[in-house]
Write a protein of this length. Structure first.
Length: 154
């Protein structure tokens, strides 16, 4: 566990693993790693698997819930930020809306450590999340969404 230990006490592989997780973090007040389907290659090709999530949980950096987490109590709209860029989410109802947060939350130590990393933005992951929300019937607007532009793929 990490309590009372500096982040430098993490091994290099654990630091790299946590840094990989940080590319999946959106901000809505707190940092939220949106890990929806742990078997999806959007995560696994970055080294994020059930085994590695359990490792980060054992280190005290995250909590993992197989049934997932949901944030409740949203009004008609909310805003989440991905690498500083806002995405506005419009819900169907005027109040008492909820948002699926996936299976992972950062602990206090995880939030502190995440703030020290300069992770890289992952455009494929951004599009994955936008598509998921769109399929759930959410109304989305963002300066990053451009339906008429074909983004180059790697």
């Amino acid at each position: 566990m990490l309590p009372n230990k500096p982040e430098s006490s993490l091994s290099d592989p654990d630091r790299r693993l946590f840094e990989a997780l940080c590319q999946f973090v959106w901000i809505q007040g707190d940092p939220l790693p949106l890990i929806f389907d742990i078997e999806n290659e959007i995560y696994t090709k970055q080294g994020i698997t059930l085994v590695t999530l359990r490792r980060m949980e054992a280190l005290g950096l995250i909590t993992f819930e197989p049934n997932g987490y949901i944030k409740k109590g949203f009004g008609k709209h909310t805003r989440l930020f991905y690498f500083g860029k806002p995405t506005k989410i419009g819900f169907k109802e005027n109040e008492n809306n909820h948002l699926d947060l996936g299976h992972v939350l950062l602990t206090h130590d995880g939030k502190k450590l995440a703030s020290t990393f300069k992770s890289m933005r992952n455009q494929q992951f951004y599009e994955y999340v936008i598509n998921k929300w769109f399929q759930e019937g959410l109304i989305l607007s963002s300066i990053q969404i451009d339906k008429n532009h074909n983004y180059p793929t790697r």
